[in-house]
Structure formats: structure tokens, C-alpha cells
Design a protein around this ligand. Structure first.
Ligand code: TXA
Ligand code: MG
Length: 351
């Protein structure tokens, strides 16, 4: 199959092009599209066969449920039979935006979307292309991140082509995504509400609006995800995360990089801008200033993909601060560096 690339300027949306993409979705085909977080792989939420194709092309297990994307609040009440006040409050503040709410599902929601659960994940993305597409297609759109299962999420159209080119009908190219990490997944069916995945809306922001928010300790350690798998967001290269702080961090990164280089591996270092010059003799890519977590989040997946494209075998990465967007970044780095074969292994720092 030849994948059509449809370029759309997000600042000046060409509705004729959106219509072409919406037609594709009406036919039951898959269209990848930008959201403010990462690119999504979209299908008509009412078309079971189209949704089944998402799992096939992503090689995603059917027990990993999908997010339904909506463009207006009315749909929230169609898709969920029970919208608690806390959900409404959050939606008012953070939608459109990178927050996904887990709610009790209505009978309209197909089982293939929720993996048979009685809850459904819903979000309203803050991206004009995504919102126009949902409106013109006149249907909610289910969309996981548009990458192969377990791999690094795509933050531009080329990333989608690299993973899914030739396997899907269409990719809308709307440029680079702004946030760079996926939405925060928040279960509002429990009290207090619970973060299942850290993401674009920080826990601090949530607490400012609704007070108590629980974070799973397992999640913080990188050992729980709604996807139920440790290893996720992974580059092809082996990723090693160094969580020490300050000088100790730089020393450990340097030591590990030296060790693997001496063993003949092609080793890269992902570093904060302020530490870049401390790794003389090594190939370094900068994620951003340690104090600018927004920039770091926006760069995270693209930098990891660049290492892969250039054939690096081992990436040693510095850890970042864990407040604000830093929690989402660290959750991803922990999962991406989790061992892939034997889940009982300690998260080691050597091979
Ligand atoms: O930013 C995002 O959320 C992106 C863009 C495209 O919207 N989408 C995304 O989808 O990251 P995906 O499928 O890669 O991740 C959805 C996460 C999965 O970890 C899934 O297990 C969880 O949401 N999820 C979906 N439905 C759920 C449910 N009913 N209960 C608990 N977790 C759920
Ligand atoms: Mg994903």
C-alpha cells in the first residue's frame, strides 16, 4: 500500500484537505494525524473493523485499550454514562489539552476500544488539525500513538512514516508536535482520582484544581503502566538511565560511556545542555536545559529516534528533575530503559 502524505498548515487549516482525510476514515481506513502531544493513528470510533486494523498495524495486543478523541463536550456524555463532578471540573480547565479521563463507559463504546473493561479513556486534544478532523468526520476518533507497539512515540510525520509507512492509507503532516509526551491518563472513577500515566498535564497542575491526586508508586518506579508492560517507549538502541544527581551523575554517565566504548559499542549520550561540554570525546545529543522541562519533553522522542537513525547501539541518558513535566519524562525514560527480556532483572547499569 502506498501511504498518502497530506501536508496541512496548522495555522491555516485547509478544510478541503481535512475532508479528504475524513473521507478516508469514513471508508474505514486509518489516518495518522498530529495532536499537541504526539501523532495519533486514527480510526472511526464506531467502526470495529477499522479499529481492529489499528492493533494489526501497530502490532499491539488487543488487551491494551485505546483513547477516544472528541471535539465537543456533548460527546463526553454520549460515551460515558457517569461523569462525576470532578471530571467536569477537570475537563473545563484542561480541555482541549493533554489530559485523558478514565470514566465509566456507555453502551455506545465498542468492546474492542476498551479491551472489555467497563471504563473508557476520553480526551479532547488541543490541536486544530485533530479537532477539525474529528468535526468533519462527524465521529469520535480512537487513536493510539502512531508508532509500532512498545517503541518511541512519533512527534513528527517522518517518525510515523518510519514506523508505519506502507501499512496505512494516510498521514497528515502538520509539523512537529508541541508537547512531545503523551497525555496524562487519570482515573476519575476512583477516590481520590489516580494518575495511571504521567503526561502533558502535570500532577501539580491537577492538584491545583482538585486537591488530592494519587500517584501510583509503581508508576513512579516505571513498573506499572496501563499498558501493563514495563518496556515501552523504547529506542532500538539499549537505553541506560543514570538517575544520580549533579556531579555523581556526570561521573557515572562518563564511566559507563567509557566502558561500553572500550568494548567496541557505538555509544551516545543524551545530556542536559549545561552538561554537554563535560563529555569530551563522546557523541552527545542535547535534550534541553535541565531547567526547561517543556523543551526537554518536546525533544525527548525525537532525540531518541535520532540516535536510532544514526545506528547507535547504546544510549546513556542523564535523568532529569521529577517535578512538572519532568515526571512524565522520567516515567518514559524508566520504561524505555527497562529490561526487555527477563522482567525479573534489576534495572541494571551494565550489560
Ligand atoms: O497523548 C496521547 O494520549 C496520545 C495521542 C495520540 O492522543 N495517545 C496515546 O495513546 O498515547 P496510547 O494508546 O499510546 O496510550 C493510551 C494509554 C494506554 O496506556 C492505555 O492502556 C491507557 O491509555 N488506557 C486506555 N483506556 C484505558 C482504560 N479504560 N483504563 C485504563 N487505561 C486505559
Ligand atoms: Mg503509545
Amino acid at each position: 500500500m502506498k501511504t498518502k502524505i497530506l501536508k496541512i498548515n496548522p495555522k491555516k487549516i485547509d478544510l478541503a484537505k481535512i475532508k479528504i482525510a475524513a473521507e478516508e476514515m469514513k471508508k474505514g481506513n486509518l489516518v495518522a494525524f498530529p495532536t499537541e502531544t504526539v501523532y495519533g493513528l486514527g480510526a472511526n470510533a464506531l467502526n470495529e473493523q477499522a479499529i481492529a486494523k489499528i492493533f494489526q498495524v501497530k502490532e499491539r495486543p488487543f488487551n491494551d485499550p485505546l483513547i477516544v478523541h472528541i471535539a465537543d463536550m456533548k460527546k463526553l456524555y454520549r460515551l460515558s454514562k457517569q461523569v462525576p463532578p470532578v471530571a467536569l471540573k477537570l475537563a473545563k480547565v484542561f480541555w482541549p489539552g493533554p489530559l485523558t479521563l478514565i470514566l465509566k463507559k456507555s453502551e455506545l463504546v465498542l468492546d474492542i476500544i476498551t479491551a472489555g473493561l467497563d471504563t473508557v479513556a476520553i480526551r479532547m486534544p488541543a490541536d486544530n488539525i485533530a479537532l477539525s478532523l474529528i468535526r468533519v468526520a462527524q465521529t469520535p476518533i480512537v487513536a493510539p500513538s502512531a508508532n509500532l507497539f512498545g517503541r518511541t512515540s512519533p512527534t513528527n510525520a517522518q517518525h510515523v512514516t518510519d514506523d508505519l509507512g506502507g501499512k496505512i492509507e494516510m498521514i497528515i503532516d502538520g509539523g512537529k508536535t508541541k508537547v512531545g509526551v503523551e497525555s496524562t491518563v487519570l482515573d476519575v472513577t476512583v477516590k481520590p482520582v489516580q494518575v495511571l500515566r504521567a503526561g502533558g498535564v502535570s500532577v501539580e497542575q491537577l492538584r491545583e484544581v482538585i486537591g488530592q491526586v494519587k500517584i501510583d508508586e509503581e508508576l513512579k518506579r516505571g513498573f506499572r503502566s496501563p499498558g501493563m508492560l514495563n518496556s515501552h517507549y523504547s529506542p532500538r538502541a539499549r537505553l541506560i538511565l543514570v538517575e544520580e544527581k549533579g556531579k555523581a551523575q556526570v561521573e557515572k554517565v562518563f564511566k559507563l560511556a567509557s566502558k561500553y566504548k572500550a568494548q567496541g559499542f557505538k555509544v551516545g549520550i543524551m545530556a542536559k545542555e549545561e552538561n554537554q561540554s563535560k563529555y569530551n570525546g563522546f557523541q552527545v545529543k542535547v535534550i534541553g536545559k535541565g531547567s526547561e522541562l517543556k523543551t526537554c519533553a518536546a525533544n525527548l522522542f525525537a532525540v531518541l529516534r535520532n540516535f536510532d537513525r544514526e545506528g547507535f547501539e547504546i544510549i546513556i541518558t542523564e535523568g532529569l528533575k521529577e517535578h512538572g513535566l519532568g515526571l512524565a519524562i522520567m516515567e518514559r525514560l524508566r520504561k524505555a530503559s527497562a529490561p526487555k527480556i527477563n522482567l525479573k532483572f534489576d534495572r541494571d547499569e551494565g550489560i
